[in-house]
Design a protein around this ligand. Sequence first.
Ligand SMILES: C=C(OP(=O)(O)O)C(=O)O
Length: 579
Amino acid sequence: MSLWLAAIGVSRGVAIGAVHRVHGTDLDIPEYHVESNAVDAEVARFETALDDARGQLAAIREQIPANAPAEIGAFIETHLLMMQDSTLTDTVAALIREHRYNAEWALKRQAEHLTAMFDQMDDSYLRTRRDDVVHVTARIQRILLKQERSIETHAEDDAPPPVIVADELTPADIILLHQQGVAAFVTEHGGPLSHSAILARSLRIPAIVGMHNARRMLLDDETVIVDGEAGHVLAGPDEAALEFYRHRQKRDERYRRMLGMLKDETAVSTDGVRVRMLANVELPDDSKDAADVGAEGIGLYRTEFLYMNREETPGEEEQLAAYRRVLRSVDGPVTIRTLDLGADKTIGRATTKTSSNPALGLRAIRLCLKETDLFRTQLRALLRASAEGDLQIMLPMVSNIQELRQTRHLIGEVMEELKRDGLDFDAQLPVGAMIEVPAAALSAPLLARYCDFFSIGTNDLIQYTLAMDRIDDEINYLYDPLHPAVLQLIRMTIEAGDAAGIPVSMCGEMASDKRYTALLLGLGLTEFSMHPASVLEVKRAIMSADVGALKARTGEILALTDAHAYRDALDTLSQQLAG
Ligand SMILES: C=C(OP(=O)(O)O)C(=O)O
């Protein structure tokens, strides 16, 4: 019998594959004592599980394709090393012998001890090793509990592609799983604006979040259809459903081919307004996708992904090579955002303190201005790369002028250093700010004095304006790009940019959603940046829009005070080009 489940679709497309449940770190660990004469066998059981876990990781390491980002290998190496560490291995064996604990319980006790120790450490790098302990012990626990259905067991050629069903997936998990050829992701938690969802969209992998109890309802290896647009999962589909969705896959493919014909067209509205179409990229190699859809440049390169899944932060030369790669792969300007760490994006050598409210804590530009060595290395690499192409530096989470002044001062110092070192850079390279907190939008006319451009980050702007956590699926209903407060802030930012004569683009997810294209054009936006998968679709909407008419209509709508009339009119306007 088929089972129909619904949740939040966050990355479009249809996938047909076999369920592969990834058990998280929330395992139920049994506690019991083994008989005295069974202690040796219990230790052996633990050691076999440990060996299996090492074997799994070694096998995954072998499967990493040659073109995969280097950090994926480093991430696996760290876990392998940890599995050889005696504080984990010998101590667990000793606990089994001493207390006659079952292996799972002994491992749990030692993991708790280690994580508590890491939590208390003064060194932020060591403190964050706790996550590695949690992940490594969960892998061994899953083997002991026989709950491990690792993705490498699906490696046979004719096996259906795996649909990963998990409690939640970090951006690092997504990168890792993508390398292994997954068909779709379904998670119990997460929201459409989580970085994992954004990553799934840019990798064009259908994904659904917020499907509570998915791991209970779906069984390993059963066939499922994932509709990433509607947010539906159909388990155990009959032949008619399979036929319907195979047809949908073909239709989607035809639609993509039709859009492909727009690749070399310029985005000009029916009344002659020229709009610039830029792409967002997460990894240097993604810029190839941007070129494939004819993007006119990169509007947002999220550099934090260079820092993930690895022990050490990337050095100047490595960053320089990555930035050069992006610059070479696209024609047009490349806007590189400085490190935006914090909240749902963390790195192995995380530098953030554990904060009770990470989204409001020491993150992004705040963190960079505190950890200036980290920031200087990135600025040196960025400035050196600027000698070779049209590069712009974009600062995340700016909320006051002081941050811009400090950064500009630091850039000046780094330029002096490079001059002394005899290294080239573009002394005129544009430096701009993301407008993603309400304070920045409200003070945009002032910030504009220190910025060469603005880019509106609607993902965070909506989160901070509406006081809703972008990764919390429980309050996803509050996520509303059409909220009057959000639209006013967008409008103010565009007007401030126009008045100061600096370009304003939008790189948040709102720019990539064709339902909002008409509204954004009506608000005066002329630069859109989005993941490559949406560029052609939004371009198509722009090419059929009359911007003059939309501006007049948008002005009238925003002046409405009747909430219902406002909402209805906006919905109509939003749908106008979305068809
Ligand atoms: C583009 C944005 O940044 P992030 O990487 O945080 O999604 C945004 O906030 O809109």
